[in-house]
Structure formats: structure tokens, C-alpha cells
Ligand binder design. Structure first.
Ligand SMILES: [Fe+2]
Length: 517
């Protein structure tokens, strides 16, 4: 009897896989799932965590065939809960609700018998509580290696993941160019999202559109690849706003078609309303092009200087804390009248050196709460490069823009001197002579001149800074020099205009006289 039982068990073990195969052919989904062992795979996209609040998160992933979707998640790796969608699709978005605040959640997703690795993310803390935010920009490839992403971008992505951020903000220029070839564009963006999704496994990645992301330099204008790469607020828009842990974030589109380098029209109206509706909150504004550029002077948000001045005034009037931008491939931090202007464009695009920015590959690790913002700039080797903490309680910072220290400019060129906060008193002094309260153009004669700037803050603390500029006296003896007419003299256009009017009067008079006859 025992011998027969052993034979039956042995036959059962041998035949079991074939019995399962028969189940598959009957079309029974249940038996299908029962007999397929999940494979751990890399999906077409993701999974990534998006739209995170203090009690919810939306997980996204993309498969290359129509599949169902399941998430297993929980506060430890034994993963207790699940959510699923039986509708077959290639894009899968499942929202997890009822989560705990500022809590680490583990998760993995499965589709069609394939499953992801186990990842984790953090829910947002309560409003006003501290969270970790990474800000960085400009990873785009060099033209010579396009569409391959810079290796340093991949290396920095690993450093960012190790920071365990709650959220990552990328400030634009993600690919080198967009062309009329959809296949080429998709390939370039896939190389980009392969890296950003590695960060997106662990934290929501917010993207701000840059000038290389629209195709404007190739004569096309397409935002669909950018909109596909990021979920941002879940709306298909290139400018948007959202709240996170009590901080209001507004992302601007500096690349609107035919309005590149400007925030105007409908967007400006929306932005003004957005700031008005969030008066009481700490506000961070994000954009690709900076307001105080270090290397793209004239092609940043200063394309229209009057609009630039109005935008700066709006940020100051509405008490915006941070204006973060990229575009310049360097690091720069400039505080003007209480608004921190951060430039972080060091994710791998060819670096730019300038008199004001540090041409280093880097990211900005920021801890934010309603009481403090701590910016630490980390270079691609993982070392601290700079730190700036708000509230700032040091002396007024005095900086110059437009004319670099020691540069040469003609007489009359007025340096742009900026103060980190509005001084109660300020003085300017050229070459150590008597102070003036207004700055005037570079003095003559030709040669080096010093400009001392003094500023007093509300606590009566004086700060000073010295700048050196070299004056160039223009050569007025050249034959090509156009001399303006002296005051009170006749302008040639005025003479032509008067002659024309007199001629018309004479002709009309003759006609009138002839008709009278
Ligand atoms: Fe740019």
C-alpha cells in the first residue's frame, strides 16, 4: 500500500505543471495568476510616487502592454495593505489614501505577473513642520553626446536618493533639444526619465519647464514630452502651484511660445492672483530663467527690463521667500530686499563660469519649516560647498550686478548695487570722496576707480563693500561718431517735417485759389 502511495505522489508532482497549463488554456484568470511566479522587472516607467500630501500619495508606473495593476504597501517591509485596479491599461495611477503624516511607507507594484522592487517614500508632515527638499537644475546633455544624459547627473541622483528627501524639484533643461522626430524625442526623454524615475521611486519629482524642453531652438514647439515626464499637480499645465506642508509653491513657465524670457499676459494675471490668494503662507517660486542672471544677462527674465523690474517688485511686495531658477549652469545665491534668488543649474550641463556664480556640479539640500529654511549646497563629490540659513540675522549683504568687479566700462555706466534687505540709510562714495545718497555713473578720468557702499540695517549695524571699476573714456574724435544736436538747435527731422507742412499748405492754398476763380 505504501509503495502505491509513493508512486501516486511522485506522479502528481511530475504532472502538476501540466495540470496548471491546462488551466491556462481554459482562460481562467484566477488559475493563471495562481501558477505564474512574479518576476522582478524594470517597468517602462516607474513606479514613482506623486502628488504626496500628509495623508495620501499617488503611485504611477507604465507597462509596455495592457495589464492590471496592484500595489502592496505598509509601514514596514512585511507590506500589509493592497490596492488594485483590474482595468487593463499601460499607464497605471493608483492613489493611496488614509496614510499617516510624515511616515515612511514601503511599497511595490505588480502588473501582469511582473513586480517591482520594494521602494519607500515619506508622506508630508503637518503644516509648518520640517521637511527635506532638494532643488537642482540643468542636467541636459552636451550637444556632442546628446541624447545621452551626463554621467554626473546619474551620480548626483544617487546622492539625492541618499538624502531621503520628501520632495525633489528640478528646474528645467532636461534634454538637449526637441526636433520634429517623435522617435528621437521619445528616446531622448526615456534616457532622462530612466534617471529621474530612480529618484521618483522614493520622492515626488516636480519638473519646471526649460528652454531646451520645448524645441523652440529647432523651430518646433512641443510641450507634450515635458508634460508626460512629470505628473506635478496632475494637471497638464506648464505653470502651476501647490501646497506642501504649509508652504506654497508656484512654478512659472518662462518658455511660453513667443514669450520666452517673459512672465506676462495671462500667466502674469494668474501668478498675481495665486500670490494674492496665498498671502499668509511662506512662498517659494520656481522658474527656469533667473531674474538676476550670472551668465545669460539679456536672455533671462531680463528680456524685457520693465517687466523684470515689475516681477521683482511683485515678489518683494508679496513677501516671497525664495525664487529658485536654473538656466545658468552654476550655483549662485543672491538675497535682494529679503527675497532669496537661488540659481542652481549644476546637474551636468556644461558648466559656465562667471564673476558671480560658482561653476560646480551640485544640488541644493534644503530643510524647510515655517520657522527656518536651511540651504546646503552639496557638490557632486558629496561635500558641502555653501550654506545659507533663514532667518538671516547678519549684516546687510551688498553686491553688484551687471558690471563685474574690476571690469571696464565707459563713463556714465551706472553699476547696479543690490542690498539683501532695504537699508535704513545708505551712502555711496567714489574714490573715497564725500558720500552721496544716490549712485552715479563711473567717473572720469580714465583708469581704476573705487566705489564704497555703506548700508545701515534696522538694528543700526553698518555694512560696507568696495568695488573697483575701470573707466574707459570714449574716443570722441572718430569720424563715425554721431554728435547729437545741441540743446535748442534744429533737428534735421524737425526741419524736414516743417518743410513738408509748409509745402502742403502752399499746395492747398493754390488749389483753393484756383477753385475760387
Ligand atoms: Fe536654459
Amino acid at each position: 500500500m505504501g509503495r502505491y502511495l509513493s508512486i501516486i505522489i511522485l506522479l502528481s508532482l511530475i504532472l502538476m505543471p501540466y495540470v496548471g497549463g491546462i488551466g491556462t488554456h481554459t482562460g481562467s484568470i484566477t488559475s493563471d495568476v495562481d501558477f505564474i511566479v512574479s518576476n522582478v522587472v524594470d517597468f517602462e516607467r516607474g513606479p514613482t510616487v506623486n502628488l504626496v500630501t500628509n495623508n495620501s500619495a499617488t503611485i504611477f508606473w507604465r507597462t509596455d502592454t495592457l495589464t492590471d495593476a496592484t500595489i502592496n504597501y505598509g509601514v514596514n517591509t512585511s507590506i500589509l495593505e493592497s490596492a488594485s485596479n483590474s482595468t487593463l491599461d499601460t499607464d497605471h495611477l493608483i492613489t493611496l489614501n488614509g496614510l499617516e503624516m510624515d511616515t515612511k511607507y514601503y511599497y511595490k507594484v505588480s502588473s501582469g505577473g511582473d513586480e517591482s522592487e520594494t521602494y519607500y517614500f515619506y508622506t508630508a508632515p503637518a503644516d509648518g513642520e520640517e521637511f527635506r527638499l532638494v532643488i537642482a537644475g540643468d542636467n541636459r546633455p552636451d550637444s556632442t553626446v546628446h541624447p545621452v544624459q551626463p554621467e554626473v547627473f546619474s551620480e548626483i541622483a544617487d546622492l539625492i536618493i541618499a538624502e531621503n528627501p520628501h520632495m525633489v524639484i528640478l528646474l528645467g533643461d532636461f534634454v538637449y533639444q526637441i526636433t520634429s522626430s517623435d522617435a528621437a524625442n521619445l528616446a531622448a526623454w526615456k534616457l532622462f526619465t530612466d534617471i529621474t524615475d530612480r529618484m521618483g521611486h522614493y520622492a515626488p519629482v516636480i519638473g519646471v519647464i526649460g528652454n531646451h524642453d520645448t524645441g523652440v531652438s529647432s523651430g518646433v514647439y512641443l510641450t507634450k514630452y515635458f508634460l508626460d515626464a512629470f505628473i506635478n499637480t496632475g494637471e497638464h499645465t506648464t505653470y502651476f502651484s501647490f501646497d506642501y506642508a504649509g508652504i506654497h509653491f508656484t512654478a512659472l513657465d518662462t518658455e511660453e511660445e513667443d514669450l520666452e524670457g517673459r512672465i506676462t499676459g495671462t500667466q502674469l494675471d494668474w501668478f498675481t492672483q495665486d500670490l494674492n490668494e496665498n498671502e499668509g503662507k511662506m512662498k517659494f517660486v520656481l522658474a527656469h530663467r533667473p531674474l538676476y542672471s550670472t551668465t545669460h544677462i539679456g536672455s533671462s527674465l531680463d528680456v524685457n527690463p520693465e517687466e523684470q523690474a515689475a516681477l521683482i517688485a511683485l515678489l518683494e511686495e508679496k513677501n516671497v521667500t525664495l525664487f529658485a531658477a536654473g538656466h545658468d549652469h552654476s550655483y549662485s545665491r543672491l538675497t535682494v530686499n529679503g527675497v532669496v534668488h537661488l540659481i542652481s543649474g549644476g546637474l551636468g550641463a556644461p558648466s559656465y563660469s562667471s564673476s558671480w556664480g560658482d561653476d560646480i556640479f551640485h544640488y541644493v539640500m534644503t530643510t524647510v519649516s515655517e520657522n527656518s529654511v536651511n540651504f546646503t549646497v552639496i557638490n557632486s563629490d558629496g561635500y558641502l560647498h555653501d550654506q545659507y540659513i533663514l532667518p538671516y540675522d547678519g549684516p546687510i549683504e551688498i553686491v553688484d550686478r551687471i558690471i563685474a568687479n574690476t571690469s571696464s566700462k565707459p563713463i556714465g555706466t551706472v553699476p547696479v548695487i543690490l542690498f539683501s534687505e532695504v537699508p535704513t540709510t545708505k551712502y555711496y562714495s567714489w574714490d573715497g570722496v564725500a558720500n552721496t545718497t544716490e549712485i552715479t555713473g563711473l567717473p572720469g578720468p580714465e583708469g581704476a576707480h573705487t566705489l564704497d557702499v555703506y548700508a545701515e540695517n534696522e538694528d543700526g549695524v553698518w555694512s560696507s563693500a568696495r568695488f573697483v571699476f575701470t573707466t574707459i573714456v570714449p574716443d570722441t574724435g572718430g569720424s563715425t561718431t554721431q554728435t547729437p544736436p545741441p540743446d535748442g538747435g534744429l533737428d534735421i527731422m524737425l526741419v524736414v517735417g516743417i518743410t513738408g507742412i509748409v509745402a502742403v499748405i502752399v499746395v492747398v492754398g493754390i488749389i483753393f485759389k484756383t477753385k475760387k476763380r
